[in-house]
Design a protein around this ligand. Structure first.
Ligand SMILES: Cc1ncc(COP(=O)(O)O)c(C=O)c1O
Length: 394
């Protein structure tokens, strides 16, 4: 399927206002997603929040098959969660309850700060050891090294699919095969990859996968989801339970609900559920192969343009690179560059050690400029971005 870029832009109100290369921060939603969200907020205001949820029950229930279709899962394996961090936390802290001193969590060098902070907290409390598997010479996780590190101590393999601070796409399916073979749970942070590339949880071999709505999926902020494989969720009781995740069956007993909704809260951002479902349906309708091809073409084009600028150094790692383009610029403060571009309605961001200390510190980088493309960006916009960047650094 080829994408009709003019139509995509016409359906994306933000394209008329900004040159948006902060899609890894929060991408521009379509009018359909915006309407799905706003219509529900209006309905809540007009007839009452509980009544609006009853009125839209069928569409709210359709959230689960929509997400399941996008990632090749079953609908009972999906939970709505307010963001990727909390979705990831729900899986991680649930699994971590059983960790003992001397056991190990294996992760990757590009790991996201919030996840790493959670490892450190659990390590402090339980005595579990956190080990970052080294990178290979392309900068992705060294799969052979990971295979050699598998032993009785390993209780979890947890990596990100695409890090926050670069174009790297981790070989997640190869990691999944190792985890499966070893019988070790595999938690995949797919925050930056869902909506960017085709995702198939079977091929990835993950037991849990966390994602956010606002990034490549183009959903509303304050939305996300957790995928929990049936055989994995059936074995665990979530770290938190409420009266939606479990039923209070007698005064002294409760029963956890039979599906992945055991990870959900009773109170939710219902307008966001509908907005995220609309965004997921849009991803499926466009075809994730076509979306991924377009994003890679634009990102490669941006890297090629940036490589012609003297004093600009591309920083993306990995054998396979996606839509997040990172670089440093000699002799300037990256935050100033971002601000100068923002004043011209050109959006990009700066990734700092705050987001991924092991990686950036290891490479001796304080921070990098991040320009992340999405399908609605155009070659003309990339030309304009590079020209504006060149002018801003002078
Ligand atoms: C790799 C990665 N994981 C997790 C997160 C956290 O996502 P959220 O802000 O939705 O909790 C981010 C956000 O930038 C990310 O880039």
């Amino acid at each position: 399927m080829t994408l009709d870029i003019d139509r995509l832009r016409a359906e994306t109100p933000g394209c008329a206002h900004v040159l948006h290369l902060n899609n890894a921060g929060s991408a521009l939603p379509t009018r359909r997603t915006l309407d799905a969200t706003l219509d529900h907020l209006r309905l809540e205001a007009e007839i009452g929040g509980y009544e609006a949820a009853d009125h839209e029950r069928t569409r709210l229930d359709a959230f689960y098959p929509s997400i399941a279709t996008l990632i090749g899962a079953r609908e009972d394996e999906i939970a709505f969660v307010e963001n990727a961090t909390r979705a990831w936390d729900l899986a991680f802290y649930t699994l971590a309850e059983r960790y003992r001193p001397g056991e190990r969590i294996l992760t990757c060098v590009s790991e996201y700060s919030s996840n790493y902070i959670a490892y450190l907290q659990v390590a402090r409390k339980t005595g579990v050891e956190v080990v970052a598997v080294p990178d290979d010479n392309t900068g992705q996780i060294d799969v052979a090294a990971l295979a050699n590190m598998i032993d009785k101590r390993v209780r979890l393999i947890a990596i990100n699919h695409v890090p926050t601070q670069g174009g790297l796409v981790q070989p997640a399916a190869a990691v999944g095969r190792i985890a499966r073979e070893a019988g070790v749970p595999f938690l995949l942070d797919a925050c930056q990859s869902v909506g960017q590339m085709p995702i198939d949880v079977e091929a990835l071999g993950c037991d849990f996968l966390s994602a956010t709505g606002r990034k490549y999926m183009r959903g509303p902020r304050g939305t996300g989801f957790l995928y929990a494989r049936r055989v994995a969720y059936e074995k665990v009781e979530p770290i938190f339970l409420d009266n939606h995740a479990a039923r209070w069956t007698t005064s002294g007993e409760y029963q956890v609900v039979p599906d992945a909704k055991r990870f959900e809260n009773w109170e939710r951002y219902f307008a966001g559920v509908l907005g995220l479902a609309a965004a997921a349906d849009q991803c499926v309708a466009l075809g994730m192969e076509a979306v991924w091809a377009r994003i890679k073409t634009l990102a490669d084009g941006l890297r090629a343009r940036l490589s012609t600028l003297k004093g600009v150094h591309l920083a993306d790692l990995g054998a396979l690179k996606g839509g997040i383009v990172t670089f440093s610029v000699d002799g300037v403060d990256h935050t100033d560059i971002k601000a100068k571009l923002r004043a011209q309605k050109i959006n990009c961001s700066v990734s700092t050690r705050f987001s991924s200390r092991l990686d950036l510190e290891g490479r001796g980088l304080k921070d990098v400029v991040r320009a992340s493309v999405h399908i609605y960006n155009t070659e003309a916009e990339l030309d304009r971005f590079v020209a504006a960047l060149d002018a801003a650094r002078r």
